[in-house]
Design a binder for this molecule. Sequence first.
Ligand code: HEC
Length: 94
Amino acid sequence: MKVVAMTVVVAAGLLAAGVASASEELAKSSGCMTCHAVATKKMGPSFKDVAAKYKGKADAQAKIVAELKAGKGHPAVKSSDADTATLVKWILAM
Ligand code: HEC
C-alpha cells in the first residue's frame, strides 16, 4: 500500500514538472525569455514577481492576455492567442 502511494506521488510530481517545462519551452520559443526570466528581473519583470503582483486578482488572466495581444504598454508578442493564454496561466500559477 505504501509503495502504491509513493508511486502516485512521484508520478504526480513528474507530471507537474513536465507541464512546467513544456510551458517554459513555449515561453522560450515565443521569445518571452529574451526579456523575461522566471525568477530574476531582465528587461521585463520576473514571472514570479508578476505572479506575486496579481495574486488573488481574479481578472488578472484576461487583463494580461489582452494587454500582451494589444501590444500596448507591452512589446507586441508573436505567440498565438492560445499560446499567450497558456503562458499567462503558467506565469500566474508561479
Ligand atoms: C522585448 C521585450 C519583451 C518581450 C519579448 C516580452 N516581454 Fe513581457 N514585459 C516586458 C516589459 C518591459 C514589461 C514591463 C512593462 C509592462 O508591464 O508591460 C513586461 C511585462 C510583462 C508581464 C507583466 C504585465 C503586467 O501587467 O504586470 C507579463 C505577464 C509578461 N510581460 C509576459 C510576457 C510573455 C508571456 C511574453 C512572450 C509571449 C513576453 N512577456 C515577451 C518586455 C518583454
